[in-house]
Design a protein around this ligand. Structure first.
Ligand code: AMP
Ligand code: MG
Length: 332
C-alpha cells in the first residue's frame, strides 16, 4: 500500500504527526500543581493548537474540504480567550509554523463545520482529554468521509506502548486504515520503518475474551458491562483505557471487545469520537455496530444521531455480544 496513490493519506499523516508533537510538548511542560487544582488549561491549549495545525494542512492540500471538529475559535477572539490564543499561537510557532493569531483562529474555524456534506473530514484533536491531563492515554483522531462512508482513518496515540507486550518500552503509535487497503501502524517517532499490518484476534469463545472500556464510568456504564461480561463467561478484568486507543487495542489484538454503553438515554455519540477508530477495526478484520447491531451512520452531521452506544469486536462473536448487551439493558 502506497500513500502516493492517495494524497489524502500522506497529508493527514503529516498533519497528525505535527499535532502529536504539539500535544507531547504541552503535556511535557504541564505543571503537576495545575493538575491537582484540576486546571484544564493545558489540554485546552494543546487541543486548539492541534486542531489549528491539522486544519491548516488540510486547507493547504485540499482547499475545498471542510472539517467537522469539536472546537470553534469564537471564544478565543474574546478578551477572556486572549491568553489562550497567545499560548496556542506560541505552540504553533514552536513546531515551525510561522503565523498570525488571526490565521490560527481561521484554521480552527475551518474545523467547525456543523452539517453533513458528501465529502468532509472529522477531527478530534485530543480525544481522551481526561487521559491527557492524567499524563495517560489520549488520541488524535482524523477521518475522511465520502458519501457517508469512512474512506480513511488515522489515530495518533502519543503515549501508547509501541509493543503492548512491553508496557515500559518505547511509546507513541501512528495507525491508519484506508477502505479496502487494511489497517497499519508505525512507531510515531520513526517514519522510516515499514508499516505493520494490523489484525484483530482470532479468539473464538467469548469466555476467553478480554474487553476494554472507558476509564470514565460517566462515558460508558461499568455496571452494565460487568453484567454482560458475566453472562458471556468473561472472567478477565476489563482493560480500561481513555480515548480511541480502545479501537486500536481491538484492531491490533490487545483486546477482543470494546463496549461503549450509554449512561443515559438521549446521549448522542459524536462522530469524531468514533470515525477514525471504526475503520481501523473494520479493516483489521473486526466488526463495529451500535448496541442494537446497527452500523454507525456518518450522515447526520456532528452526531451519530441514528445510533446508540457502540459494540466493537474482533469479528468472531459479534452477534453474541450484541445479544448479551440487549439482554442486560437497564430498564428505566
Ligand atoms: P473515553 O476516553 O472513551 O472515555 O471518551 C472520551 C469522549 O467521551 C470525549 O471525547 C467525549 O466526547 C465523550 N463523552 C462525553 N460525555 C459522554 C457521555 N455521557 N457518554 C459517552 N461519551 C461521552
Ligand atoms: Mg473525544
Amino acid at each position: 500500500m502506497n500513500s502516493a496513490d492517495f494524497p489524502e493519506l500522506s497529508s493527514a499523516l503529516t498533519a497528525v504527526r505535527q499535532a502529536a508533537a504539539v500535544c507531547r510538548s504541552v503535556q511535557a511542560s504541564m505543571d503537576p500543581a495545575a493538575l491537582e487544582k484540576k486546571d484544564k488549561s493545558p489540554v485546552t491549549v494543546a487541543d486548539f493548537a492541534a486542531q489549528a495545525l491539522i486544519c491548516r494542512q488540510l486547507q493547504f492540500d485540499f482547499p475545498e474540504d471542510r472539517v467537522i471538529g469539536e472546537e470553534g475559535a469564537n471564544d478565543l477572539r474574546t478578551a477572556e480567550g486572549a491568553t489562550f490564543l497567545k499560548q496556542i499561537h506560541a505552540e504553533c510557532e514552536a513546531v515551525g509554523v510561522a503565523c498570525s493569531k488571526d490565521e490560527v483562529c481561521a484554521w480552527i474555524d475551518r474545523g467547525n463545520l456543523q452539517e453533513y456534506r458528501p465529502r468532509f473530514w472529522t477531527l478530534d484533536p485530543i480525544d481522551g482529554t481526561k487521559g491527557f491531563l492524567r499524563k495517560d492515554q489520549y488520541a488524535i483522531s482524523l477521518a475522511l468521509i465520502v458519501d457517508g462512508k469512512i474512506v480513511l482513518g488515522i489515530l495518533g496515540c502519543p503515549n501508547l506502548p509501541v509493543n503492548s507486550a512491553e508496557p515500559d518500552g518505547s511509546r507513541g503509535v501512528l495507525a491508519w486504515a484506508m477502505a479496502g487497503a487494511g489497517s497499519w501502524m508505525v512507531p510515531l517517532d520513526d517514519s522510516g520503518t515499514s508499516p505493520v499490518k494490523l489484525h484483530t484476534t482470532g479468539t473464538a469463545e467469548t469466555a476467553d475474551a478480554r474487553f476494554c472500556e472507558s476509564v470514565e464510568s460517566g462515558h460508558s456504564s461499568h455496571d452494565w458491562s460487568g453484567q454482560i461480561a458475566s453472562s458471556l463467561g468473561i472472567s478477565r478484568d476489563p482493560f480500561r483505557i481513555d480515548s480511541q486507543c480502545k479501537y486500536l487495542a481491538v484492531a491490533r489484538g490487545d483486546a477482543d471487545i470494546y463496549l461503549r454503553l450509554p449512561t443515559r438515554k438521549g446521549y448522542q455519540e459524536k462522530i469524531w469520537d468514533h470515525a477514525g477508530g471504526v475503520i481501523l477495526v473494520e479493516e483489521a478484520g473486526g466488526c463495529v455496530t451500535d448496541i442494537h447491531g446497527v452500523p454507525a451512520e456518518f450522515t447526520h452531521g456532528r452526531t451519530l444521531a441514528a445510533n446508540e452506544g457502540m459494540v466493537v469486536t474482533n469479528g468472531q462473536f459479534h452477534t453474541r455480544v450484541v445479544d448479551a448487551v440487549g439482554r442486560h439493558a437497564p430498564t428505566a
